[in-house]
Each structure stands twice: as structure tokens, then as C-alpha cells.
Design a binder for this molecule. Structure first.
Ligand code: MCA
Length: 473
């Protein structure tokens, strides 16, 4: 049996090959059959470029039907797909290329040549045989040390998670997905596109999220997946209401915590209850509120079928209601960090993956997250690791030291804020520091505000007190 996830997807969309698959914001719709052929053309081009099964292909390109075809082409030929945020700067991309050691890298500047080659290529309609445990994708995730790690995901990881979500979220004939997420992360690429493809659904494929476009398209859709910022922005618009959502059956939210206030406003305005779920790059989706049954604001629901969670405090299982570190076990859990066995070992305990997230499970088995063990910031659904920003700041001329924290933000949930102590060698301004960081870091990581302090608050052991910075910014 072919464990290649592409084979499974293709078998599912074969029920409706002539259905429109991707309906992009600009350009003509693409049917499943057309996408299959386009994907096969890219598969040919990649094979001609000697991409072999198991080779990494690093991809940093804008969202488009061709981008989906390239992702699927990588799966199809057995290559390992390595998506990168389009906001990453050249120096950030250099790190990933160095680490992933790809056979080839595809960036926006390469697309004209690649698509021209695909236009004339003889489609390779095959599907490389893969074992279920062979790698399908590698998703980079930063860590407390500031250095990104490649989370290795197998064909089985992707397949089991996609099949489970398709089933528990009750995808059915006629579903139309409104796709407003980027496709370089697990949420937009795997959760949203995989469930749609398993359902042979039409996908309203928006290049980027805008409230206006979403209001226009929602009446044609039945499912939307978003981060809290999307829902906050929709609620900010008085045109958004029951009429817009008349055809909808499911709104899901994830990648960042949704406040109970936003959850409640959404229900009040639309009559729909957002379904919150929880996941991470290493595990895909882990828990979900129920499709039927109570979707409780502030919780992320129950473990997916086949997935187990436990909450641990210093090697001891926490009783219901007590807060500890969330561990996960199941077919969704990744194969380890690329070429970082020490980090892989550190993140595992007795066969469980240690998420680093802090939470509690109630007597009914529902998980509530309280935060992160580390000081990770989630800004608009994107993870930002303070250490990486602090290291960049500390390299700046005139900076003695810095501390980066997340502060509440009405639109993004949290915003990145830096506190900097000058070394006195040169005059510093927040604006100059932001400009310097902008040349090195993706814009979403650049602190929205930089405050100069005479010194950082420290405890008696000399450790910087981030809690104090968060409480008295
Ligand atoms: C954009 N900007 C941001 C963010 N996004 N700043 C901080 N945090 C952000 N998330 C900045 C830009 O750099 C720019 O700054 C300005 O805001 C406007 O940029 P624009 O592109 O217009 O922003 P936007 O289109 O309004 O984007 C906001 C957004 C986007 C739609 C919320 O960030 C987004 O799509 N977020 C979702 C990310 C996602 O898919 N996460 C899933 C990963 P300037 O003007 O200064 O240059 S997590 C995951 O996959 C796990 C497994 C899970 O469970 O889901």
C-alpha cells in the first residue's frame, strides 16, 4: 500500500474531479482535475531538477493556486516540503536553507521560470510510493533559545490528522471553505486545505484577509477557519451579522487564545458559536471543542480521537483542575526535530511529547490552556520568541541589554514590546532600533514599541523580571 498522503488526497477528490477546487481572488477558478495536472507538471519539473524522494524543497512563495500545486507536487514525488513565512527576510531564509540543506529552494523570484517550465512540461501523473512513516513536510518552529528547529512530519501524521478533522468537524457534500489564512503554516496549509481536499470541496481562496472581501464571500461559504484577529476585525464592522452568516455551518478558531468576550460577542451577533481547537506545528491538531455538544469559551475542548493528553507537574500526573505542562501522545505527533536529536530527546518524556504549554484538564476531560511555560508571544496568530528579538537588539550599536515581552493588544491579542538599556556609547532612538531590526527580522517580529530604560528590573538572583515589565510597562 502506498503511504503517500498525496495518494489519499487524490482518491478523495476523485469523486468530483470537475468541481472547482480553488477559486482565487484574482484569476480563473481551477478544478480538481486541472490542479492535479498542474501539480503533475510541477512534479515533472522538480524531477527534472533531480529532486529525489526524501530531498527537502524549501518554499517561500506567495499564496496562489500554483503554490498549492507545488506543495502537492512535493508530496507526490516524495520530497519533503519546507514552507517558509513570506515575511521572512533574506538573512532569516539563509538560516533555514543552511539548516534544511534542500535540493532546491523556490522563492517568488523563481516563480516565473518555474511556472514557464511547468507550462511546457509533460505532466508526471504518478505518485512516488512512500511509507506512512516517511517524511512529508518539515515545519520550522522557534524555541526558547531563539534558534528555529525543523519539526519533521510524516505522511501518517498529516493523513491521520486530516481524516480525523474531516470526520469530527462533519465535512459533507456541498461544503465550501472560505480560506483567508496564509499557506506557510499548519493552520492554513494542513488544517484548512487538507480537510477541504478530503471533501473535494470548493475553496474560496483569498490571497490575503480583508474584512470587505470576507463580508462579500461569507454568504457563499459554509466553513471558515481563522485566528482570533480575523474574528475581532469582523466584529468591528457593523455590516457583519446574521445575514452574512446565513449559509455558514462552522467557524473555527485557533493559533492563539480567543477571549471569552470575543467568543460571546460573536455568538450574540451571529447566532454561531465559534469552535476553538488547539494545535501546534509538532502535532498538528491536538484537541477540539465538540461539533455537537457544548463549545465552551476559554477551553480548547477534548483530545481528538486517537490522541491522548496528560498534564504533568514535575513528573507527576496532575489531578483534574490542577495546572501543569501539557503532554501529547498519538499518531499526530511528529517524528522529531531535524538534525537536533538532543532537542528531540528534551521534548519527550516516557514516549509523550512535552508541548511546553501550560493547562489543566477538567473532570470531563476538557483542556483549558493557561499560557506557555516559556515566554513565547502570540501576535495575530504568529509565534514570536523573545530570545530571538533580544539577541538581535543586543547586537545593535549602543544597546547594552534588552528584554522583550508580549503586552495585550486589542487586535493582535498580544504585541511585541521591547525594553532597552543603552550602553551610553551613542544616542539611541526607538525608531532607529526598529529600522535596524526591520532589515534583519520579519516585520511581524519587530517590536511595535521600544522603550528605553535606565536598567531592567531584576530579582535578587539577578534574573530579569519580565513579569514586572508586563505589569508596569
Ligand atoms: C501583520 N503584521 C503583524 C502581524 N501580521 N504584526 C504583528 N503580528 C502579526 N501577526 C504587521 C505587518 O508586518 C505590517 O506592519 C502590518 O501589520 C500590516 O500588515 P498586513 O499584511 O496588512 O497585515 P494583515 O494582513 O492585517 O495581517 C494580520 C493577520 C495575519 C491577518 C492577522 O497576521 C495573519 O494572517 N495571521 C495568521 C497567521 C497564521 O496563520 N497562524 C497560524 C500559525 P508594517 O506596516 O509595520 O510593515 S500557528 C499554527 O499553524 C498552529 C499549529 C495552530 O494551532 O494553528
Amino acid at each position: 500500500m502506498n503511504g503517500n498522503f498525496f495518494d489519499l488526497l487524490r482518491a478523495h477528490w476523485a469523486v468530483a474531479p470537475d468541481r472547482e477546487f480553488l477559486v482565487p481572488s484574482t484569476g480563473p477558478p481551477v478544478t480538481y482535475r486541472e490542479l492535479d495536472v498542474r501539480c503533475a507538471a510541477f512534479a515533472r519539473v522538480l524531477r527534472d531538477r533531480e529532486v529525489q524522494p526524501g530531498d527537502r524543497v524549501v518554499v517561500q512563495i506567495d499564496k496562489s493556486p500554483d503554490a498549492v500545486a507545488i506543495y502537492l507536487a512535493c508530496l507526490r514525488i516524495g520530497a519533503i516540503y519546507v514552507p517558509l513565512n513570506t515575511a521572512y527576510t533574506d538573512s532569516e531564509v539563509d538560516y533555514f536553507i543552511d539548516d534544511a540543506a534542500p535540493r532546491t529552494t523556490i522563492r517568488n523570484a523563481d516563480m516565473a521560470g518555474l511556472t514557464a517550465a511547468a507550462d511546457t512540461a509533460e505532466p508526471w501523473m504518478g505518485c512516488q510510493t512512500r511509507l506512512a512513516d516517511d517524511l512529508a513536510a518539515m515545519v520550522y518552529t522557534s524555541g526558547t533559545t531563539g534558534r528555529s528547529k525543523g519539526a519533521m512530519l510524516t505522511h501518517a501524521n498529516l493523513a491521520t490528522n486530516a481524516l480525523t478533522l474531516h470526520a469530527i468537524w462533519r465535512f459533507a457534500p456541498g461544503d465550501v471553505l472560505l480560506h483567508i489564512l496564509p499557506i506557510y503554516h499548519v493552520h492554513g496549509l494542513f488544517v484548512a486545505l487538507h480537510t477541504a481536499m478530503l471533501n473535494a470541496s470548493t475553496v474560496l481562496f483569498q490571497t490575503r484577509f480583508t474584512v470587505d472581501d470576507t463580508l462579500e464571500l461569507l454568504p457563499e461559504a459554509t466553513v471558515m477557519m481563522g485566528v482570533p484577529t480575523h474574528y475581532i476585525r469582523l466584529l468591528d464592522d457593523p455590516r457583519f451579522g446574521q445575514d452574512t452568516c446565513a449559509n455558514m455551518r462552522l467557524f473555527t478558531s485557533g493559533s492563539a487564545p480567543m477571549t471569552e468576550a470575543v467568543h460571546a460577542s460573536f455568538t450574540e451577533r451571529t447566532g454561531h458559536t465559534i469552535l476553538e481547537r488547539y494545535g501546534m506545528s509538532e502535532c498538528g491538531m491536538i484537541t477540539s471543542n465538540p461539533y455537537e455538544g457544548e463549545r465552551t469559551p476559554g477551553t480548547v475542548g477534548y483530545p481528538l480521537p486517537g490522541v491522548q493528553i496528560r498534564v504533568m507537574d514535575n513528573d507527576v500526573d496532575c489531578p483534574a483542575g490542577d495546572v501543569g505542562i501539557v503532554h501529547v501522545r498519538g499518531p499526530n505527533v511528529f517524528a522529531g526535530y531535524w538534525r537536533q536529536d538532543d532537542k528531540t530527546d528534551e521534548a519527550h518524556q516516557d514516549g509523550w511529547f512535552v508541548t511546553g504549554d501550560v493547562g489543566s484538564v477538567d473532570t470531563e476531560g476538557r483542556l483549558t490552556l493557561e499560557g506557555r511555560a516559556g515566554d513565547m508571544i502570540i501576535s495575530g496568530g504568529l509565534n514570536v520568541y523573545p530570545k530571538e528579538i533580544e539577541m538581535a537588539l543586543d547586537e545593535c550599536n549602543g544597546v547594552h541589554e534588552s528584554a522583550v515581552v508580549g503586552l495585550p493588544h486589542p487586535d493582535l491579542g498580544e504585541q511585541v514590546v521591547a525594553f532597552v538599556v543603552a550602553d551610553g556609547t551613542t544616542s539611541l532612538t526607538a525608531h532607529e532600533l526598529q529600522s535596524t531590526l526591520r532589515s534583519q527580522l520579519a516585520p511581524f517580529k519587530v517590536p511595535k514599541s521600544i522603550r528605553l530604560l535606565d536598567e531592567l528590573p531584576r530579582n535578587s538572583m539577578g534574573k530579569v523580571q519580565k513579569v514586572a515589565l508586563r505589569n508596569n510597562p
